[in-house]
Structures are given as C-alpha cells and as structure tokens.
Design a protein around this ligand. Structure first.
Ligand SMILES: Nc1ncnc2c1ncn2[C@@H]1O[C@H](COP(=O)(O)OP(=O)(O)OP(=O)(O)O)[C@@H](O)[C@H]1O
Ligand SMILES: [Mg+2]
Length: 331
C-alpha cells in the first residue's frame, strides 16, 4: 500500500517558490531519503508532510486520504528534528511519554511503550536524567524514543545526526537502520549527506532547487544517474568531470568517470600529474590534474604514489558517462 503520496506539491514563501511541482510516492514500510544541497527545500517538504507548513498547491495523501486540511497531531506522524527539541525541564521519562499523556493513553500503555522504546534505544539507565545531563548522542536517542512511543504510521527525520561527531554518527545511523528493520515502519529521512542517503535508503529522492531531480534505489542512482547533478552528488570522492575532447569525442561535452573506475596504465589515454596522495589505509586516493582539470583516482589498498609524478591513466571499460553542456545525460 502507498503510505504517502505527494501530488503536484508546490510551496511559495511570498513570491519565492521553494517547492516546484513535487510528485513522490512512498510505499508502506519503505525507508525514503530526501537528499540535496542546503536550501534545496528538504525541510520545507518534510514540514508540508507533517502539516507544520501548508502547501500552496497540490495534494498530500497519507494512506490514500487527502490530509491538506488535517492538523499535524491528527496525521499519525512523528517528526524528529535536527535540534532534538527536548523539554529541558522534563526528565527523559517525561520527555518520552508527554505526547502519550496528552493523548490520554492509559498508564499501562504508557509504561509498556516507554519500556519498549528505552530498551530499543538503550536508554533504560537514563530515564531520570534531564536533557542537560545527557551527551549529544543520548539526547538524539531520546528524541527518537519520543517518536517511537507514539507508534506513528510515518516517521519523519530531519537531519537527525548532523550534531553528532563522525563515530557517533555512524553508530546512530546503524541504530536507525536496525530500528527500521525492527519496527517495519515507513520512514522519511532528510539529509544533505550522500553517505547517509546511500547507506540508509530503500529509495532516494534527489532534490535540487525545489525540484525532484531523480528517484531510485541507491545503486540505480549511482550506476545510472539521470544527469550531471545526480552523478556528481552521489559518491565520495565524487565523480570526475573532464572535457570530453580529451578522448577525441569532438563535441563540447563532459566526460564523467568515477574515481574507482580510473587506474594507472602506461598505455592509458589520460595523462595526470599527481598533486596529493591520501592514504586511508583500506584505500588510497590520488588527487591530481589532467590538462588543468582536477581528477581523483581511488585505488584499492595501500598504494605508493609520488607527488609531482606524471603518469598515464585508463578508464575501466564501459564505466564512462557523457553529459551535454546543460548537464543532461547523453550516455
Ligand atoms: N519561513 C520561510 N520564509 C521564507 N523563506 C523560507 C522559509 N523557510 C524556508 N525558506 C527558504 O526556502 C528554501 C528552502 O529551505 P529549506 O529549509 O527547506 O532547505 P533545506 O533543503 O532544508 O536546507 P538545509 O540543508 O540547509 O537544512 C530556502 O531558500 C529558504 O531560505
Ligand atoms: Mg533543512
């Protein structure tokens, strides 16, 4: 069943249109990630789903029912904000159960839901603490717990990990993936981080400047980007873009090739000058220039490379993309 449908959704603030004719379907149980650069409209889109913002035109349907006029509290959704938005004067227990009390749930239900959520999030030992007595990661888990206890039809996450350090971000990312498996709930997750999008999503929606650029599974988008923007946005290090004339293509097009699809080869068509070498342990990134354009090779394992060296490079067979000057994909 379709859990959420956005049909021709547009949204303007004054004269500025920030969402432009958005069409998205989210299936029940799906994990959908909205990804795109800062300011592209991700939070606004999430807020229109939650009902915190009205749409200017178009329809929002939850479980096939139009909810344009339904207030946030009646939409069956729970939203986790980037800022956590915990109540500082309430301890963890009361932060997590407040919404259930307001909804006049029975004491037994409240206790049972609290126990279930705090076990899932390893918060049992912190129930009597106040937010100021918690680490950033613990606060984030309370914010997620507050959503879980409500048993929503739809979870909305707005950049929930952006305040955490790298290690914690990775742990919490795995926790959210586990949570999705355990609960089987429908989740929509907003991020500007392509790694989060690639690792969490069943389906990624790439947004740019208020428009949907492409929708698909992480590997569909990675292997078959519709345009240069999507190609460049997903993948780290990002896709290399070079003038296609370097390959005697003749046309003023752009050649796209991923860093892992380049390799040193004495007979290769490209000549690069190495400027920098990143030894990551498991991989080696060689960063250089190719006829004045920046280029990155990602080599497997620990590779020796010399700064300043000039070498020839080949592209793995069938691993090049071509884009026209307007960014659309040619092949
Ligand atoms: N209340 C508002 N009034 C006017 N303009 C707004 C308002 N809220 C957002 N905008 C504008 O709408 C655009 C989209 O904002 P939004 O917050 O949805 O972006 P975002 O993709 O979530 O960005 P970020 O990754 O930085 O959080 C931005 O240009 C922003 O300035
Ligand atoms: Mg935002």
């Amino acid at each position: 069943m379709t859990a959420l449908t956005l049909s021709n959704v547009s949204k303007s603030f004054g004269t500025v249109e920030v969402l432009k004719n958005i069409n998205i379907d989210v299936e029940e149980g799906e994990f959908v990630v909205f990804v795109g650069p800062s300011g592209c409209g991700k939070s606004t889109l999430l807020r229109t789903i939650a009902g915190l913002d009205d749409v200017s035109s178009g329809e929002v349907l939850i479980d096939n029912k139009k909810v344009n006029r339904t207030p946030p509290s009646k939409r069956g959704i729970a939203m986790v904000f980037q800022s956590y938005a915990l109540y500082p004067h309430l301890n963890v227990r009361n932060n997590m159960t407040l919404a259930l009390k307001q909804a006049k749930e029975s004491k037994d239900v409240i206790e049972q839901r609290l126990a279930e959520a705090s076990r899932m999030l390893s918060l049992e030992d912190y129930l009597d603490r106040y937010p100021s007595e918690l680490s950033g990661g613990q606060r984030q888990r309370v914010a997620i717990g507050r959503a879980i206890v409500r048993h929503p039809k739809l979870f909305l996450f707005d950049e929930p990990l952006s305040n955490l350090d790298a290690a914690l971000r990775m742990n919490t990312r795995l926790e959210i993936a586990n949570l999705h498996q355990t609960l089987g709930a429908t989740m929509i997750y907003v991020t500007h981080d392509q790694t989060e999008a690639m690792t969490l999503a069943d389906k990624i929606v790439v947004l740019r400047d208020g428009r949907v650029e492409q929708v698909g599974s992480p590997m569909e988008l990675y292997n078959n980007p519709a345009n240069q923007f999507v190609a460049g946005f997903l993948g780290s290090p990002g896709m290399n873009f070079l003038p296609a004339t370097l390959l005697q293509d003749g046309n003023p097009n752009t050649l796209g090739v991923r860093p892992e699809d380049l390799f040193f080869d004495d007979n290769g068509p490209l000549e690069i000058t190495t400027q920098h070498v990143e030894h990551l342990g498991g991989d080696t990134n060689v960063i250089g220039t190719c006829q004045g354009q920046p280029i990155t090779l990602r080599l497997f394992g620990q590779q020796a490379a010399t700064v300043g060296a000039v070498a020839r490079v080949s592209i793995a067979q069938d691993r090049s993309y071509f884009f026209s000057p307007d960014g659309s994909r040619i092949r």
